[in-house]
Ligand binder design. Structure first.
Ligand code: SF4
Length: 227
């Protein structure tokens, strides 16, 4: 968008601090079913699912974990088989060698340092091999203790379109979002953006004509603007 249009669009929608509340409220109504798409029944299964979800879809992970979690129920189970067997069992999620190595390293640390339990503290999660900030954020949020805001490709795109950040780097985007989004909404905010990003504000050509945020969004297509 040329500069004058950007300024005009920002003026039209008002400051982001005034928009964030209505944006969350409207998305919560629109996507009342928005939640994590991974299937799990325990903190250990949650951690494994999120680790496996790197570079693949949640649907794909769920397909693999449906049988994986029958066979591997405790951290010890992941170490009781040869690495190659674990690699075969998670093969369909891609990057299976790296992921198997990370899983085994993590299970080993869970056993030696955390009594076989997934730690609650964010800093402890970050110490686990192969667990980066995004994984730790997802795990903490799903356990009801969000420490930050998960930034994936949808959260990045929508935050930029909605004028909540100008950054490209996920860490800097997260920094902007935690300043803006009320803490009570840190866990659900990314789910709302992800579902809106999948259903309405798609990457190529957003469906602004059917978007509930059209009057709050500086990137709304001009041809669908009200009035
Ligand atoms: S108005 Fe358009 S660009 Fe803005 S959030 Fe909605 S779909 Fe996305």
């Amino acid at each position: 968008m040329p500069r004058s249009f950007v300024a005009e669009a920002r003026k039209r929608v008002g400051p982001k601090k005034a928009r964030i509340g209505p944006v969350i409220d409207r998305l919560a109504v629109e996507h009342a079913d928005a939640k994590i798409a991974l299937s799990f029944t325990s903190p250990l299964e949650l951690l494994v699912s999120v680790m496996l979800s790197a570079q693949t879809t949640d649907v794909n992970v769920n397909r693999v974990t449906a049988t994986l979690f029958e066979k591997y129920r405790t951290p010890e189970d992941y170490l009781a088989v040869p690495q190659e067997e674990l690699e075969r069992d998670i093969y369909a999620t891609g990057f299976f060698r790296q992921k198997a190595r990370a899983l085994r390293g993590t299970m080993s640390m869970l056993i030696t340092e955390f009594d076989g339990e997934v730690p609650e503290r964010f800093d402890d999660l970050l110490r686990l091999p192969g667990v980066a900030r995004k994984t730790a954020n997802v795990v903490s949020a799903e356990r009801g203790n969000p420490q930050g805001i998960v930034v994936d490709t949808h959260v990045r795109r929508l935050s930029q379109r909605l004028g909540f950040t100008k950054q490209e780097d996920p860490v800097k985007i997260e920094r902007d979002l935690v300043r803006l989004v009320p803490r009570r909404d840190w866990a659900r905010f990314p789910h709302l953006l992800i579902w809106h990003g999948r259903r309405v504000c798609v990457a190529r050509r957003p469906h602004c004509e059917s978007c509930v945020l059209v009057d709050l969004c500086p990137s709304a297509r001009i041809d669908v603007m009200p009035g």
